[in-house]
Design a protein around this ligand. Structure first.
Ligand SMILES: NC(=O)c1ccc[n+]([C@@H]2O[C@H](COP(=O)([O-])OP(=O)(O)OC[C@H]3O[C@@H](n4cnc5c(N)ncnc54)[C@H](OP(=O)(O)O)[C@@H]3O)[C@@H](O)[C@H]2O)c1
Length: 335
């Protein structure tokens, strides 16, 4: 059976590249959106794309926030997975991209579903992190109401940007009543191997840079929310979310070890248990620490809709530590 043709943005990214590979492996025909022509050969030549190239075509959209940017590329598309983002310190570009994409989808009768990568940061105001509340269990119905500028740092801007984008989708649905439905996925702290990492410098980016120094013996002082999720689960959820069996016009939290979450310092036990030789040799150091900001999340809606639970934190870290060890050994670095 020939499957549908779907459009995926962000295919050069940590999450988006895995979404691309899972969709192709499941037999979808994919139109992948990149910003620059040279990214196409980089993706095609990735060893993990072996045997998958036949199912994908690429389109280049240099500025996805420009009105009408998606008009020429949606022909025959039945579902859109929008993982793209600009997660630095500016609020407006993600909103422009989302608006431009949704407006083009309105003009495309074949589109039946749009899946958008949101985040759990949209559930709470950033200020909640400094509160003493560790008991409230947050659900996908929660929504941060504190998005007003000024934004004093990149984190505040990211919090506001993701929240405004999620709200914008809710308003779009109620005002435009589109012929397609929309699912927003809210991952927590995404961890696990990165298919693009070739050395420690490229592995230690984003959320991994906040977590991994613990196995280098670093003692960190700023707490991180104890809500992890494996990147492969996040990617699989994006592809599963285009299936009609998953109810649309809903938001779903993606996080493991719910509702209580995890303690980051348990990484040291996981290292001991799964890599005793590397701990003994000093390649993994068990003298670091990272404080945890507890945050309870309810993922029962997600598990019911998708029919599976997220991989345990232990397995997530085992996979990430394995990639870390492999990259160090390949580099021949001495400790
Ligand atoms: N990583 C996490 O812990 C986490 C947690 C919750 C939610 N999320 C959300 O998941 C999504 C993907 O995150 P990720 O970790 O996979 O990020 P990533 O690895 O940094 O990938 C980001 C993607 O966005 C593209 N991009 C960057 N700037 C852009 C711009 N100005 N216009 C258009 N595209 C642009 C990049 O394309 P180029 O290669 O062309 O730059 C890349 O494909 C984001 O929406 C993020 O907010 C991530």
């Amino acid at each position: 059976m020939t499957k549908e043709t779907i459009l995926i943005t962000g295919v050069t990214g940590y999450i988006g590249f895995k979404v691309l590979r899972i969709a192709l492996a499941q037999g979808y025909r994919v139109r992948g959106v990149v910003r620059k022509e040279e990214q196409i050969s980089k993706i095609k030549s990735h060893p993990l794309m072996d045997g998958l190239i036949g199912g994908v075509e690429f389109v280049v959209i240099p500025d996805m926030g420009k009105a009408g940017a998606f008009d020429p590329v949606l022909d025959g598309i039945s579902a859109i997975i929008h993982t793209d983002d600009y997660i630095r310190d500016i609020v407006q570009p993600p909103l422009d991209m989302e608006s431009s994409l949704l407006k083009s989808a309105l003009n495309t009768p074949s589109v039946r579903r749009v899946v958008i990568t949101s985040s759990v940061v949209t559930l709470i105001p950033l200020s909640w992190l400094a509160s003493s509340d560790v008991d409230t269990v947050f659900t996908s119905r929660d929504l941060n109401t504190d998005t007003a500028p000024p934004y004093h740092n990149a984190m505040e801007a990211y919090w506001a940007s993701k929240t405004l984008a999620r709200k914008h989708v809710h308003e779009f649905l109620s005002q435009k009543k589109p012929h397609f439905d929309i699912i927003q996925l809210l991952p927590s702290v995404v961890l696990g191997p990165d298919d693009w990492a070739t050395d420690l410098e490229t592995l230690f980016v984003g959320t991994r840079a906040m977590i991994m120094p613990i196995v280098q013996g670093k003692v960190m002082e700023a707490p991180v929310v104890g809500v992890p999720v494996l990147v492969d689960d996040v990617a699989l959820a994006h592809v599963d979310a285009i299936k009609p069996s998953v109810p649309g016009n809903k938001d779903y939290i993606l996080s493991s070890n719910t509702p209580d979450g995890i303690e980051w310092n348990s990484i040291l036990d996981i290292a001991q248990q799964h890599f005793p030789g590397e701990v003994a040799s000093g390649l993994l150091q068990c003298t670091g620490s990272l404080p945890t900001r507890r945050w309870k999340l309810d993922t029962s809606d997600t598990e019911k809709a998708f029919g599976w639970k997220c991989t345990s934190f232990e397995d997530t870290m085992r996979k990430l530590l394995q990639q870390y060890i492999t990259l160090i050994k390949e580099s021949g670095a001495s400790l």
